[in-house]
Design a protein around this ligand. Structure first.
Ligand SMILES: Cc1cc2nc3c(=O)[nH]c(=O)nc-3n(C[C@H](O)[C@H](O)[C@H](O)COP(=O)(O)OP(=O)(O)OC[C@H]3O[C@@H](n4cnc5c(N)ncnc54)[C@H](O)[C@@H]3O)c2cc1C
Length: 395
């Protein structure tokens, strides 16, 4: 007998685990298939920032680009609410702390950019205010006096990347979801009333299952999984660098970002300061020039130095705190920097979400996917994120 599920979720990162949990809670039978282990890739390697302001990468190309990126703000606002209630609703001790985030300006030009940015964000309903130098020092005395202004968003914060996805996988299982690791989706074909999917286990043994709907939550593998069903789901891979310091008594109480530099930093509850913000690592390539996601990207000395300089520049105390470990991970953005969320074009009953800050936005992506799987209209307007836009651009 072929096993049947209402939904198959492909990928056991934060997004896949959150989606499986929400579908199961919604009463659907769901199988989560993860090729490796839960949380082994981007979701377990990232910085854990819950950033609801527009990030530096969304502003560095000017204010028009920032306005476009702000179209995702409804997903940010929903994610902020969902993260807050996630530990209680999932019944798991997920380290979520939303104690505020600051985006810093060290000169008048950056301060003016922040003024424009906050105006856009406020127009979408984000709670955000500008602080002057004295205001910054009042709430964040650990910052350098070179910081002349900051955009302060009280709902920003962080979550623990080591525990969040596994906690949601456990919550999904408690709701009746099946989670299979070392279980790779290798082929899918559309049938009259759903999908027939071929799974391969770690030993290469194959079996087929049937699923009413499929959810692609495959991170950097989204494009490749889309190709299995003839769909164009364009993503751009980015290999990035992270560093953590030794544990020190807590002194950084916010998520800190910068309006003119690649920087995000925060202090974990156990005292390590996590430093990142988009500094590149070198993505490996296969012999035919395609990105090789199986190979670890190369850590670049200049990224480590640049990231450390950016961090020490605004938090001078970091100069005296040894780094403990640096690592790399690979994530995706889309060609227009907006998330890719919605039905897969030409593949009825297949849905996808990826792109950008899919850790921060994972819960709101999962909520949308759960609605789509159940045949409900999502409460968030999705037209800007619809994968169909790339089909139309090609036509
Ligand atoms: C260094 C770094 C720092 C970052 N910092 C932040 C941050 O601070 N805040 C933020 O919001 N975002 C951040 N990001 C981005 C964020 O990590 C990702 O957007 C997010 O984790 C993606 O989650 P996901 O579940 O979609 O993908 P992943 O976590 O990559 O999971 C996808 C899973 O799909 C599985 N899979 C793929 N193909 C198949 C298949 N055929 N069959 C079965 N399984 C399959 C993979 O094995 C993988 O486990 C960062 C990323 C990096 C690399």
């Amino acid at each position: 007998m072929t096993e049947r599920f209402d939904a198959l979720v492909i990928g056991g990162g934060l997004l896949g685990c959150a989606t499986a949990w929400m579908i199961a809670r919604d009463g659907g039978s769901v199988l989560l298939a993860e090729r490796d282990q839960v949380n082994q890739h981007a979701s377990g390697q990232n910085a854990g920032s819950l950033h609801f302001q527009l990030e530096y990468r969304m502003m560095e190309h000017g204010i028009e680009a920032a306005k476009k990126a702000a179209e995702a703000m409804p997903l940010h606002l929903e994610a902020a609410k969902l993260w807050q209630s996630l530990p209680a609703e999932a019944g798991e001790d997920i380290e979520v702390k939303q104690s505020g985030g600051l985006m810093l300006a060290e000169n008048a030009e950056q301060a003016a950019l922040l003024e424009q940015k906050t105006e856009i964000e406020r127009s979408w309903g984000l709670d955000i205010e500008m602080l002057d130098r004295a205001g910054v020092q009042r709430i964040a005395p650990y910052l350098s006096e070179t910081v002349v202004a900051a955009a302060y968003c009280p709902i920003e914060g962080k979550a623990d990347t080591r525990t969040a996805a596994p906690a949601l996988a456990r919550a999904a299982m408690r709701e009746g979801a099946e989670v299979r690791t070392r279980c790779e989706v290798v082929a899918m074909r559309r049938e009259r009333s759903g999908w027939r999917v071929t799974l391969a286990d770690g030993a290469g043994e194959r079996r087929e299952i049937a699923a009413g709907a499929i959810v692609i939550a495959a991170g950097v593998w989204t494009t490749a999984v889309g190709e299995m069903i003839g769909a164009e789901l364009p993503t751009i891979p980015l290999a990035l660098t992270m560093t953590t310091t030794l544990r020190v008594p807590r002194f950084v109480s916010h998520l800190v970002q910068h309006a003119g530099a690649r920087l995000s930093l925060k202090q974990a509850l156990d005292g390590n300061v996590l430093i990142g913000g988009g500094w590149p690592a070198r993505l490996m390539r296969t012999s035919d020039g395609r990105p090789d996601f199986e190979a670890r990207p190369e850590l670049l000395r200049e990224s480590l130095a640049g990231n450390a300089a950016a961090a020490i520049g605004v938090v001078p105390r970091l100069a005296g705190i040894p780094a403990l470990r640096s690592w790399v991970g690979t994530t995706t953005v889309t060609p227009d920097q907006l998330p890719l969320v919605g039905p897969v074009p030409g593949a009825p009953g297949a849905f996808v979400a990826t792109g950008g800050s899919a850790f921060t936005l994972g819960p709101s992506f999962a909520e949308v996917l759960t609605d789509l799987v159940a045949g409900r209209a999502p409460s968030t307007e999705l037209s800007s994120f619809d994968p169909q836009r790339y089909q139309e651009a090609r036509a």
